[in-house]
Design a protein around this ligand. Structure first.
Ligand SMILES: Cc1cc2nc3c(=O)[nH]c(=O)nc-3n(C[C@H](O)[C@H](O)[C@H](O)COP(=O)(O)OP(=O)(O)OC[C@H]3O[C@@H](n4cnc5c(N)ncnc54)[C@H](O)[C@@H]3O)c2cc1C
Length: 419
């Protein structure tokens, strides 16, 4: 018989893990998560040696709401015996693999996570029914979509031989199968942190003919100043939610480098390696090529050729044997069946309308909330697409489900007045 839960969560990434960790406040063990991956993990394809978090470790699943919670990062460090070693190592920001291992540890303590199960259809028959491969997995009163993002691969890259096309998420795994030929030419496309990490990974492999092509006019660093961090506070989110959609869109595009810029340490690593190799070998292994939009691609005999439009409206062609795509991410598709979709209020882009409590507007929203996470950067602000205040988002959702304040949080000590 299909089990019934108070809430079902699709995906067991940090967003839904945080919610599941805090769910006991509302209804102990009455949330079930379904996860497509066959085991716990977190962006496992992007764990190149040396990669670091872009946020501090206090931004864990629970601490900013409840630092005494057993699934805090500090408790993970202490109970796994690594706290002194980590502190002693003196990291400015922790290795990404540490946060991944923390998430695996936390997931292991949460009951009712089913792995290897992709929810491919959600229906409504008086309850919300989540299905996979034709079978009903669970019925629930509420649903939380925490399905995250997937790598964006432009259509024109379909023309390329897949043996020479590496989506950034797969590079770590597939690099091991590439012949060890340092002079093999590579192109990496992308302007963000992921592209920089791919360039660094190729350098670490000994590659010395890499073109790094990006659309931005420079490979811009992450803006991580105190004033930038103001944007990742609950108090800012509260102010942001009062603004009109147009204003929010304008603000988000102006704030993008507080979220999508490259960590200065990663940039320094690439530039310093490049400089040192020039001293050693007489040539730069990485050619840094900003201000270029890739518009087309074709497969030649043994080579990939890219067409680019430059900022000055010129056209260029660049060739390499292998191409790495790190061209950003898109939201994972929504698995609603057509009858359920017909009950949703959609905006002019055909997207569900997201309310300030992360729920979407639909016919039965009074009794059955459907929340969408990591899809509302123009509603809740950029904070929705990263880890900064995960537990506050979980608290807001729990309050919304309860219809009253069951999770109270504070953000006082404000010296900034937003307008
Ligand atoms: C490489 C990388 C590093 C990042 N580092 C940072 C950082 O340091 N700091 C920061 O603040 N942000 C960071 N981010 C941004 C963001 O915080 C992360 O992407 C974060 O993982 C988002 O959490 P999520 O739970 O919303 O989505 P995800 O982590 O993407 O998790 C979604 C999960 O849902 C599963 N899923 C998808 N569809 C289905 C389905 N239909 N059925 C079942 N399961 C499904 C997926 O398998 C996945 O496990 C990073 C992003 C990337 C890509």
């Amino acid at each position: 018989m299909t089990q019934t839960f108070h809430t079902v969560g699709i995906g067991a990434g940090p967003a839904n893990l945080s919610l599941a960790a805090m769910y006991d406040t509302l209804a102990p063990h009455d949330i079930a998560l379904f996860e497509a991956r066959d085991r716990p993990g977190w962006h496992d394809g992007m764990l190149h040696s040396g990669v670091r978090m872009q946020t501090g470790w206090v931004k864990d699943l629970v601490s900013l709401y409840d630092p005494t919670h057993p699934l805090s990062f500090l408790n993970y460090l202490v109970t796994t015996g690594r706290v002194y070693a980590l502190l002693g190592a003196g990291f400015d920001t922790i290795p990404r693999i540490e946060y991944q291992q923390y998430l695996v540890w936390a997931a292991g303590q949460l009951p009712r996570i089913t792995y290897g199960t992709r929810v491919d259809r959600v229906e409504f028959d008086g309850a919300i029914v989540s299905r996979s491969g034709g079978a009903a997995l669970a019925r629930s009163r509420h649903l939380v979509l925490g399905s995250g993002t997937v790598a964006f691969v432009p259509d024109f890259l379909d023309a390329l031989d897949p043996r020479h096309l590496f989506v950034a998420d797969e590079l770590h795994r597939r690099l091991a199968t590439v012949p060890d030929e340092p002079d093999l030419p590579w192109i990496v496309i992308g302007s963000g942190q992921t592209s920089a990490e791919c360039v660094a990974a190729l350098l670490a492999r000994g590659c010395r003919d890499i073109k790094w092509i990006g659309r931005r006019s420079w490979f811009a660093p992450l803006e991580d100043s105190p004033s930038a961090n103001d944007l990742y506070r609950p108090a800012y989110q509260e102010a942001f939610l009062t603004l009109s959609r147009d204003v929010r869109e304008r603000l988000v595009s102006g704030q993008i480098l507080t979220s999508d810029g490259i960590s200065p340490g990663t940039l320094r690593g690439v530039y310093q390696h490049n400089y040192e190799e020039r001293l050693r070998t007489g040539r730069f292994p990485v050619t840094i090529m900003p201000s270029r939009t890739v518009t087309g691609a074709r497969q030649l005999d043994g080579e990939v050729e890219l067409e680019c439009l430059t900022a000055g409206s010129g056209e260029e062609r660049h060739r390499a044997v292998n191409l790495v795509v790190a061209a950003g991410r898109r939201q994972a598709p929504l698995p609603f069946d057509p009858e359920l979709t017909a009950l949703l209020d959609l905006d002019e882009r055909g997207e569900p309308i997201i309310e300030s409590d992360y729920s979407i507007r639909w016919k039965h929203a009074d009794d059955h909330k459907i929340f969408v996470l990591n899809r509302g950067r123009y509603v809740q602000g950029l904070v929705d697409s990263n880890l900064s205040i995960l537990p506050i988002r979980s608290a807001m959702i729990l309050n919304s489900i309860a219809g009253r304040t069951v999770c109270r949080f504070r953000d006082d000590y404000l010296s900034t007045r937003w307008a």
